[in-house]
Design a binder for this molecule. Structure first.
Ligand code: NQM
Length: 360
């Protein structure tokens, strides 16, 4: 804490998300006290988040908590927390590969990791999943450089590249043990390459999969069916009752329209993503490569190389993804890599003044 009422905080854009980054030491250790404070930081619950930093959308109501790691394979630990917009909920049940893009630069800014003279690589343990990632970004003269010429869909302008490499994660690529399952009468592929995701042919739900997010969110029949499918898939994937949680995500697949591998629309899970999550894209990419998945006949895979272009509502995400088809035990991820950018927006003190009066 920097003062009796203020907490040191950095607001950053990480990829196509935005969130408040904290050192774990600057936050209360007791979880309920911490979560109450984070609700006040973001201004939740309130659909406009008018009383806090949140941007009234799940993609801009996010928290990264960073600390030195005890894991010999990591420099820092990164805990991701999703703050609900219109409910008093803070959840650690999902990870976020977009906010991950800001973790390395934040760790250097806060002195947790020393900067190299031209580039720095930070090894990150993602606490939510227990998986590892390495983020590399420019640090000329030992300072983080945010400016650069890398463009990513969904973010205006260009910025310095943050290259993120993921070794194979702990989860099974096919969490149900099957390449295809039938949930609520629809054939799907449940996949987890960092983000539990249900792949669904858009056509099976009588949509094109090219609709814009608002159109899909407003389709009551569709959202009701997806709700039932998600609850059923959550059980099959070993996630238990997923009511009120943000995983699994649901990704509608349709043929590519702009030269990529596939078109996606991802429910996260009530709102539709304006692009696609990083780990969501990693899971889709792995799913496209699995022999016999529901993506076969929809996706167009490149003849060679690991790079896949995932099309989404605001453009595309390029992701390098390779899997091994292991005869016993099913397919396994071999390597996943993605390029993101990040931006330091402000560094200062946030005042999470306790809420008085009734919550509306
Ligand atoms: O899948 C949104 C995002 C995410 C998560 C979501 C993410 C990921 O775009 O790695 O980044 O799926 O809720 O920030």
């Amino acid at each position: 804490m920097t003062g009796p009422a203020g907490v040191r905080c950095m607001l950053m854009r990480g990829g196509t998300s935005k969130g408040a980054y904290f050192l774990a030491d600057d936050l209360p250790t007791e979880k309920t006290v911490r979560d109450e404070l984070l609700l006040r930081v973001m201004g939740s619950p309130d659909p406009r988040q008018i009383d806090g930093l949140g941007g009234a959308h799940p993609l801009t109501s996010k928290i990264a908590v960073v600390s030195p790691s005890n894991d010999p394979e990591a420099d820092v630990d990164y805990l991701f927390l999703q703050v609900a917009v219109d409910a008093a909920e803070v959840s650690d049940r999902q990870n976020c590969g977009n906010l991950l893009a800001g973790v390395g630069p934040f760790a250097v800014e806060r002195g947790l990791v020393g900067a190299g003279s031209s580039e720095t690589s930070v090894r990150i343990r993602m606490v939510n999943s227990g998986d590892l990632a390495t983020a590399s970004f420019p640090t000329p003269n030992g300072r983080v450089e945010y400016s650069g010429d890398t463009e990513i869909s969904g973010v205006p302008g260009s910025a310095a590249a943050v290259v993120i490499e993921f070794p194979p994660g702990k989860a099974r690529l096919l969490p149900t043990g099957n390449v295809r399952d039938t949930v609520a009468g629809i054939e799907v592929t449940c996949v987890d390459n960092g983000m539990p995701t249900v792949l669904i042919p858009a056509e099976a739900l009588e949509v094109t999969g090219h609709e814009d997010p608002e159109n899909l969110e407003g389709n009551r029949d569709l959202t009701a069916r997806l709700h039932d499918m998600r609850l059923a898939a959550g059980q099959l994937m070993g996630l238990g009752d997923v009511t009120g949680t943000t995983v699994p995500k649901l990704t509608l697949l349709s043929p590519p329209r702009h030269g990529g591998a596939v078109t996606t629309r991802t429910f996260i899970p009530a709102r539709v993503h304006t692009s696609i999550g990083v780990l969501g894209a990693a899971s889709v990419a792995a799913g496209l490569r699995i022999e016999g998945s529901v993506a076969r006949g929809i996706a167009v895979l490149p003849e060679d190389g690991d790079r896949l272009r995932i099309e989404h509502p605001s453009g595309f995400t390029d992701i390098e993804s390779s899997i091994d088809e292991v005869p016993e035990g099913g397919p396994r991820a071999r390597r996943t890599a993605v390029v993101r950018t990040a931006r330091k927006i402000f560094d200062g003190t946030v005042f999470p003044v306790p809420l008085t009066g009734a919550r509306s």
